[in-house]
Design a protein around this ligand. Structure first.
Ligand code: ZN
Length: 253
């Protein structure tokens, strides 16, 4: 018996690498199978709210930096960082998010004669194709007077739903950032994106890069989280009101 035990021990020692490999494989298989189940669960949850599509448009990108702050911050970067944070919050609620860009790229071909025009046209094409419940276009502001600060929402003149969304967002910015912002949501009839989009859309100017204090805040992840939270809360309040009021017939701008 002793001999058999020793032989067995020697065999275990000899094949310990193989045994360890098999054990490791079993652990991986188990982890994968439970992750797979979780993925299926999340996917089916999402299917139930698949009809709720929101387009998040991170303004500018590529050759177009947008506004440039007093210490060199480029608007396109801040826009994209806030866009990702907002997308994450909406996706957690099962909302289908379509981003017009997910990298520092404009929506134009390198060979395009007029890159800015092609970029804007492509954004409109993506929005039209997505048929979202609304579009939130993220931007940062700038003004020669560097004391100007505070977020401001813009909507297309005459679009009641865009106006309502803009007002909700303006309100949640004041509540979330608690910065004493007295600005009001403002109508605009000239911005290309507002004119060409046929669903509720708001251009969210989240702050002034020309204001050194606001610029210093806007580059931090912590402040960007608050901005994304304000946008998220504003959207949720608007969407809840819409659902309660059954305003589907009023969907156009
Ligand atoms: Zn901009």
């Amino acid at each position: 018996m002793k001999d058999n035990g020793e032989t067995c021990f020697i065999r275990v020692k000899k094949y310990k690498h193989i045994i360890l490999l098999l054990l490791f494989g079993a652990i991986i298989w188990f982890a994968k199978s439970s992750a797979g189940e979780r993925f299926a669960e999340v996917f089916s949850e999402k299917e139930t709210s698949e009809e709720v599509v929101v387009v998040i448009d991170a303004g500018h990108g590529g050759v177009d930096p947008g506004k440039v702050g007093s210490s060199g911050t480029q608007e396109k970067e801040i826009n994209l960082q806030i866009a990702f944070k907002l997308a994450e919050r909406l996706k957690n609620d099962g909302i289908q998010v379509i981003m017009t860009r997910e990298a520092d790229k404009g929506l134009y071909r390198e060979t395009a004669q007029n890159k800015k025009r092609e970029d804007m046209e492509e954004r409109i094409r993506l929005i039209t194709k997505a048929e979202p419940v609304c579009v939130i276009s993220i931007h940062q502001n700038s003004f020669p007077d560097e004391s100007c600060k505070g977020a401001q929402m813009f909507y297309y003149q005459g679009s009641e739903q865009s106006k309502r969304l803009a007002e909700m967002l303006q309100k949640t910015f004041v509540e979330t950032l608690q910065d004493g912002n007295k600005r009001q949501a403002k109508a605009n009839s000239e911005y290309y994106l507002l004119r060409k989009t046929t669903c509720p859309i708001v251009i969210a100017e989240c702050g002034f890069l020309s204001n050194p204090t606001e610029e210093a805040l806007l580059v931090t992840g912590e402040y960007q989280d608050k901005v994304a939270e304000a946008l998220y809360q504003g959207f949720v309040q608007w969407w809840t009101e819409r659902k309660v009021g059954n305003l589907d017939e009023d969907r156009d701008c």
